[in-house]
Design a protein around this ligand. Sequence first.
Ligand SMILES: Nc1ncnc2c1ncn2[C@@H]1O[C@H](COP(=O)(O)OP(=O)(O)O)[C@@H](O)[C@H]1O
Ligand SMILES: [Mg+2]
Length: 356
Amino acid sequence: MSAISLQGITKRYPDHVAVDRLDLDVQAGEFMVLVGPSGCGKSTTLRMIAGLEDISEGRLLIGGRDVTHAEPHERDIAMVFQSYALYPHMTVYMNMAFGLLRTSKLSRDEVDQRVQEAARRLQITELLQRRPNELSGGQRQRVAIGRALVRKPKVFLFDEPLSNLDAKLRTHMRGELERLHAELGITIVYVTHDQVEAMTLGTRIAVMDKGHLRQVGAPMDVYRHPANRFVASFIGSPEMNFLPVPDSMASGRAWLSDHYGNAALQPDTVLGLRPEELTLSRMAGASALSWSGVVQRVERLGAEAYAQIRVGNADVLVRTEADASLEIHQPIVLTPALSRLRVFDGPSGALLAAQG
Ligand SMILES: Nc1ncnc2c1ncn2[C@@H]1O[C@H](COP(=O)(O)OP(=O)(O)O)[C@@H](O)[C@H]1O
Ligand SMILES: [Mg+2]
């Protein structure tokens, strides 16, 4: 039985549909990340799971129970927001204990035990008597997580919990969240617009766009086998390249036609290849498919470099060795890892075919 089952969940506002017939099953113990650009409906989806937003259509099950119309407190979930919403006048201890003391039947001792245990896990025991304004951003975030932890819910919901932290702390907190998930075996639904966060944290990721779910899968599966052009360009940094169909038979039209038929030869068909799936050479070799281009820029990052190559009127990014000898304006040939080629329909962005 899945921990959460969203069945045709829709959120309709008077003037538009924010979430459109979303189907998604989250397994118990899973770390599910909802990812997509700003405004695509992630928070609305999470808030419907939490019961903070009415569900216009569809059914929501948590632990097999229909909670479509249940009150938030009947759902056995806890939510951690981007703005931590700590009570400024209360100590860290009381911020964590307050909800339990007020709404649960636990004794003071039991509440104390839970707070102490959560504080130990989150390494904030020394901070229990401080107030929120005496804490750093990362410490406040931990308190917010601690407040959810003490409730021992079935499911944790996180809405962009790390986006107020600086880059270094964000990386650190990602590690902490991973550890908590592994140690406690909890079920998490986590919202972020940051695809790196999604890739690194999720056991599976659900990619949303304009209120629609575009693909669900393990991060590397989605990275390697995107279902459409939207997912292909949203997941991965630097972005996937979208190359035109080569213009001569010798450079690949014949091969494309053989392998993928006429669909791969339409004027607006695009071929998707990631920067690490292309190699550069000075002269055309024996590859069945290649493009000629001109070096525009080389960005050397230390361990590796990215060369920006002009191909027709497209810019293509290719990952190379940091010490590759490349000169600006130099003509160059790009050859793909044929086993990674993806063919997308121009107008719709649908995946027409892919190898591997
Ligand atoms: N209370 C509301 N009334 C009308 N439209 C809303 C409301 N809340 C959110 N929206 C709209 O719903 C869409 C999805 O919003 P949201 O779920 O917050 O996106 P995300 O979290 O992915 O950035 C957006 O177009 C947003 O403007
Ligand atoms: Mg949001």
